[in-house]
Design a protein around this ligand. Structure first.
Ligand code: NAD
Length: 363
């Protein structure tokens, strides 16, 4: 797919915003296998990064069609462009209508709410996104696993209150991570990367994903993972259960009290994915009734969370304010990630990151 981009020089239109340095976008595309001809650059939105979140929220909620801030020159320059490389600039059907021979849209974001993917598909244009913070999230989740099970933050907080304590609620069943079984639910970008890192730490990983086969995991180098199609087995067997589904209509309120009942009383639960995947009232009940040993949460049912939430009073609950994916490098260097993904598509014909691949194939 897209091999033609390596042959003759291609016109590239790059539209950045306050979050990403234009030089990095230009350098990333130049270092890719795309044969770069003319490169035009534009800027979208407010100059100050601090002013960007309102615009971002508007695009995430309302899509790309009616966003006024798109620079007028974009409608001119797109006529000649072969490749459009954006961060958050909206790609509306109107912008796409002006394109005369566009062959690729690449964005250095995971979400594609800013792109009219349907209109791109209708014009046979692949849209490539990137998973820029999988490393950040997986490191954070491993940190949560160790912190929660080994009482690091708990001990730290007590020391701040002048209390030197050596025995904790979980001291009698405390295990090293390397001798634990970790059950991962959802083996997408984050599940796969997390499994690799956990295997390197000697962890026994059990993996469950309704839509990913054992063969697919084997191909990703996860032969040492214990694959299961039986969610109850994963829940009953794991010392730590970690949720990595995407939040969709079908996965809303997905993890509930019946799942906690199938977990061991000395097992922990982690949610770093999305608040809507989990019934938090059921989690509060599970913790109150001692159905599980504890929980670590980076995402919540209500963000920012209610300061009176009972979860904040529980010593066996570790909570952070939706931080797992936010390291500076994961955003600033993201143009290189999507450029590398485009290289993989062109060189190896691996099209995981082509958002509209199935539709383009007519599947
Ligand atoms: N906390 C943060 O800062 C942060 C940052 C980035 C991503 N995330 C979240 O992490 C989660 C995972 O991200 P990802 O990039 O790996 O997503 P992904 O789409 O690559 O993977 C999701 C996986 O869930 C599987 N799945 C879907 N429905 C299922 C079901 N009913 N049963 C079992 N498996 C099912 C899919 O087959 C897929 O493999 C997402 O919810 C994402 O929003 C959180």
């Amino acid at each position: 797919m897209l091999q033609e981009l390596t042959k003759s020089p291609q016109n590239i239109l790059i539209i950045t915003d306050a979050n990403i340095d234009i030089d990095v976008m230009v350098d990333a595309v130049r270092k890719s296998v795309i044969n770069c001809g003319r490169i035009d650059t534009l800027f979208f939105g407010p100059e100050d990064k601090e002013d960007f979140p309102d615009l971002q929220l508007n695009i995430e909620k309302n899509g790309p069609e009616d966003i006024k801030e798109v620079p007028e020159e974009a409608f001119e320059l797109i006529k000649d462009a072969d490749v459009l490389f954006i961060h958050f600039c909206p790609v509306s059907s109107k912008l796409l209508d002006a394109a005369e021979h566009l062959k690729l849209i690449m964005t250095n974001r995971g979400g594609v709410e800013h792109i009219n993917v349907e209109a791109a598909t209708a014009k046979n244009i692949p849209v490539v996104n990137c998973i820029r913070n999988a490393d950040a999230v997986t490191e954070f989740v491993i940190a949560m696993m160790i912190d929660l099970t080994r009482d690091i933050t708990l001990s730290h907080d007590l020391l701040h209150q002048g209390k030197w304590k050596r025995k904790y609620y979980n001291s009698s069943f405390q295990k090293t991570l390397g001798n634990s079984k970790v059950g991962l639910i959802g083996m997408g970008n984050i599940g796969v990367l997390l499994a690799k890192k956990l295997l390197a730490l000697g962890v026994h990983v059990i993996a469950y994903d309704e839509f990913v086969s054992k063969e697919a995991l084997d191909k990703k180098g996860l032969q040492d993972v214990e694959y299961t199609e039986d969610l109850d087995y994963l829940l009953g067997e794991s010392d730590i259960v970690s949720l990595h589904l995407r939040y969709l209509k079908a996965t809303e309120n997905w993890f509930r009290i019946e799942h906690f009942r199938k977990m061991r009383k000395d097992a922990y639960f982690i949610n770093s994915a999305r608040g809507g995947l989990l019934n938090y009232d059921d989690l509060r009940t599970a913790l109150k009734e001692g159905l599980i040993a504890g929980a670590a949460l980076d995402v919540l049912d209500k963000e920012p969370m209610d300061p009176d939430d009972p979860l904040l009073k529980m010593e066996n609950v570790l909570i952070t304010s939706h931080l797992a994916g936010t390291t500076v490098d994961s955003i600033e260097l993201s143009p290189y990630i999507v450029a590398r993904d485009v290289d993989t598509i062109i060189r190896d014909d691996i099209c995981d990151r082509v958002v509209n691949y199935r539709k383009l194939q007519g599947v």
